[in-house]
Design a protein around this ligand. Structure first.
Ligand code: ADP
Ligand code: MG
Length: 365
C-alpha cells in the first residue's frame, strides 16, 4: 500500500507540464525582443506563429518596395494652363498625404507657382485628389482618373520612362502631365530574393500604371504583380488567395493598403506610412528597408522550431520519469528534483538568442 502511494506521488509530481508553461511564453518574449532589435514592432504575438505558416507575401509598391520619394523627370504643361490653374494643383497637393504629393508641391513651387484659393478638397484613395476653384472641379491623379474624367485618349500616353505619370486637369481638359521616377529601395531586391529562399511567393500590388509596375516588379524579381489596383481590389486579391488555401502576409504603407492589411493573415505596416495602416497591422517595420521582413520570417521560423523542440523534449523526458516513478524506480524527491531541473534548463535554453550571429549574414544575402 505504502509503495503504491509513493509511486502515485512520484507520478503526480512529474505530471504537471511546468516546463511548457514557462518555456513557451519565454521563447515568445525572446522572439518579440529579438524582432525589436531588428526594428520590428510586434503588436500581436500570435502573428509570429502565422508568419511562420505564411505561404505568400504581398507587397505594396510606392513607399514599400520603392522609396516613396520620387523625382520629377518630365513636366509637360499645356499652353492653356495658367499659373492660377497650377496654383489649384499646388493647393490640392499641399493637402494630400500621399507620398507623391510632396515632390509635385516642390516642383510647382520651383516654377514660382503660389497656391490658389480652393475648397471642397477630397482625396480619392488609390487615384488622386480633387478640389474646387471658382466653381470648377480640378483633379490630379492617375491614368485611371484621367480616363474617368473623359480626357481625350490621345492625350493619355504611356510614358517612355516607365515612371509614374500624374495627370492634372479641369473637367475633361488636360492641363499638365508629370512623369515621376521613384527609386527602388536598395534592400528591396536582395530582401525579396531572401524571402523567396525562405519559401515565400512574393507579389507586388500597386495603384500605379502597368508600365511603371512592370519595371519595378522585374527589377526586384517579384513572383508576380498587378497594377491599377484600387484599395478594394487589393483586399479582394488577398481574399482570393486565402480562398485558394494560401496563408498571406501583406506589407504596405498607405491608407489605400488598409483594407488589404486587415484582410491578410498577417498585416505589416511601414512605420512612416499612414496612421491607419499602423493601427490595423499586427506588425510594424522601419521605413527604409525590406530586410526586416526577412528577419521577421527567420525569427518566426526559429521560434516555431524552438517551441516544437521544447515540446518533444518535455514530452519524452516527463514520460520517461512517469514510467520510472510508476515502476517505483524513482523516488518522489528525485523525480521532483529532475522535473524542476528540466523546467529550469528548458526555460534558460528558451532565453538564448533566436538568431545566432553566425546566421545574420544569411539575412543580408
Ligand atoms: P501604391 O498602391 O503604389 O502605393 P496608390 O494606390 O497610393 O499607389 O496610388 C495610386 C496612384 O494614384 C498613384 O500612382 C498616382 O498616380 C495616383 N495618386 C494617388 N494620390 C495622388 C496624389 N495626391 N497626387 C497625384 N497622384 C496621386
Ligand atoms: Mg503605398
Amino acid at each position: 500500500m505504502a509503495t503504491a502511494v509513493i509511486c502515485a506521488v512520484s507520478v503526480l509530481v512529474i505530471a504537471c507540464p511546468c516546463a511548457l508553461g514557462l518555456a513557451t511564453p519565454t521563447a515568445i518574449t525572446v522572439g518579440i525582443g529579438k524582432a525589436a532589435e531588428h526594428h520590428i514592432l510586434i503588436k500581436d504575438a500570435t502573428a509570429l506563429e502565422r508568419i511562420c505558416k505564411a505561404t505568400d507575401i504581398v507587397l505594396d509598391k510606392t513607399g514599400t518596395i520603392t522609396e516613396g520619394k520620387p523625382i520629377v523627370v518630365s513636366a509637360k504643361i499645356s499652353a492653356d494652363a495658367t499659373d492660377e490653374d497650377l496654383g489649384v494643383m499646388l493647393a490640392a497637393e499641399k493637402q494630400s498625404e500621399h507620398p507623391l504629393a510632396g515632390v509635385l508641391v516642390a516642383s510647382l513651387e520651383d516654377r514660382g507657382i503660389t497656391p490658389s484659393n480652393t475648397d471642397k478638397f477630397a482625396a480619392i484613395v488609390g487615384k488622386g485628389v480633387e478640389a474646387h476653384h471658382n466653381g470648377q472641379l480640378y483633379w490630379v491623379g492617375s491614368e485611371l482618373m484621367a480616363h474617368e474624367r473623359n480626357v481625350k485618349n490621345s492625350d493619355i500616353k504611356a510614358n517612355a520612362h516607365g515612371g509614374t505619370t500624374i495627370y492634372f486637369g479641369c473637367g475633361n481638359r488636360l492641363l499638365a502631365v508629370f512623369v515621376l521616377a521613384d527609386m527602388v529601395k536598395e534592400t528591396s531586391a536582395p530582401a525579396i530574393a531572401s524571402l523567396k529562399r525562405l519559401g515565400l511567393r512574393v507579389y507586388m500590388l500597386t495603384g500605379d500604371n502597368n508600365a511603371s509596375a512592370a519595371r519595378v516588379a522585374e527589377e526586384v524579381g517579384a513572383t508576380g504583380f498587378k497594377a491599377e489596383m484600387l484599395p478594394a481590389d487589393k483586399e479582394k486579391y488577398i481574399l482570393d488567395m486565402q480562398h485558394r488555401g494560401r496563408i498571406v502576409a501583406m506589407a504596405g504603407d498607405g491608407i489605400n493598403d488598409s483594407p488589404a492589411l486587415s484582410a491578410a493573415d498577417i498585416g505589416i505596416a511601414i512605420n512612416s506610412g499612414a496612421a491607419i495602416a499602423r493601427e490595423i497591422a499586427d506588425v510594424t517595420i522601419k521605413a527604409d528597408s525590406l530586410e526586416e521582413l526577412v528577419a521577421l520570417k527567420a525569427i518566426a521560423n526559429s521560434l516555431q522550431k524552438r517551441v516544437h523542440a521544447n515540446y518533444r523534449f518535455v514530452l519524452t523526458f516527463n514520460s520517461a520519469l512517469i514510467a520510472l516513478g510508476a515502476l517505483g524506480i524513482l523516488q518522489p524527491a528525485s523525480s521532483a528534483m529532475l522535473h524542476n531541473l528540466s523546467t529550469i534548463g528548458i526555460s534558460l535554453k528558451s532565453m538564448t538568442n533566436l538568431l545566432p550571429e553566425n546566421r545574420a549574414p544569411q539575412l543580408k544575402a
